[in-house]
Design a protein around this ligand. Structure first.
Ligand code: VGL
Ligand code: ZN
Length: 209
């Protein structure tokens, strides 16, 4: 039914080494979703992946704020900014896709978080909620209306991407077993999924495809 329909796209968020076990911002079981994602890729005509892609001087790195440690929260230009370990630095191994992810069928790769002074969790807007990545326009141009979202991390970049997609009027399906979260603060994965459901997303598993 879904098979290769041109009105749907699979959106794979940040399946990168630094978010997988062994990486600098490892998400528990982050690598477990890789075979799951590879398994349903053939159902999609359009597959889009994002990469968190930071310059070394990025505002989200605790190392760029004197005396600050990862997971501390600062206010930067009026916005709360969680500070992270250095991660997904442009051109490093940590920023590469997990080596098990089948990147051959990728139609588009969107890189985000490239502005040193601005973080970008969502695949659509940077964290100022204004600066566009261009993905919405790209999808609109292809008349894609339905988005199946998976990846890392459930409570940050998957959540922000799904929320923005809903706000932009897309039909949103989150593939729960193809996501893993940071769960900081504790409970934020459950909260993220509940919030997305409330906002109109469908929470599915890969079995539903
Ligand atoms: C992410 C924290 C910082 C994510 C990216 O991909 O969810 N989380 N940068
Ligand atoms: Zn990041």
């Amino acid at each position: 039914m879904l098979k290769k329909t041109t009105s749907s796209a699979l959106l794979i968020i940040d399946v990168q080494n630094d978010f997988c076990p062994g990486g600098s911002l490892a998400v528990a079981e982050g690598d477990k979703i890789v075979p799951v994602i590879n398994g349903f890729m053939p159902a999609f005509r359009f597959i889009i992946a994002t990469q968190d892609w930071h310059p070394r001087a990025h505002v989200s790195f605790a190392s760029n704020h004197k005396g600050k440690k990862p997971l501390e929260v600062i206010t930067h230009q009026g916005r709360e900014q969680v500070l992270w370990p250095d991660h997904c630095v442009q051109g490093t191994k940590g920023a590469d896709f997990h080596q098990g992810l089948d990147t051959r069928p990728l139609y588009l790769i969107v890189r985000k978080g490239t502005d040193p002074g601005l973080d970008s969790y969502s695949a659509f807007f940077e964290n100022d909620k204004k600066t566009k990545t261009g993905l919405a326009g790209f999808l609109k141009d292809l008349s894609i209306t339905n988005l199946y979202i998976c990846g890392l991390a459930t409570d940050y970049c998957v959540f922000a991407s799904a929320q923005d997609a809903l706000g932009l009027g897309f039909e949103v399906m989150v593939l729960e077993d193809a996501c893993r979260g940071v769960d900081f603060p504790q409970g934020s994965v459950v909260q993220a999924l509940a919030s997305l459901k409330k906002q109109g997303a469908k929470i599915l598993t890969s079995q539903d495809l």
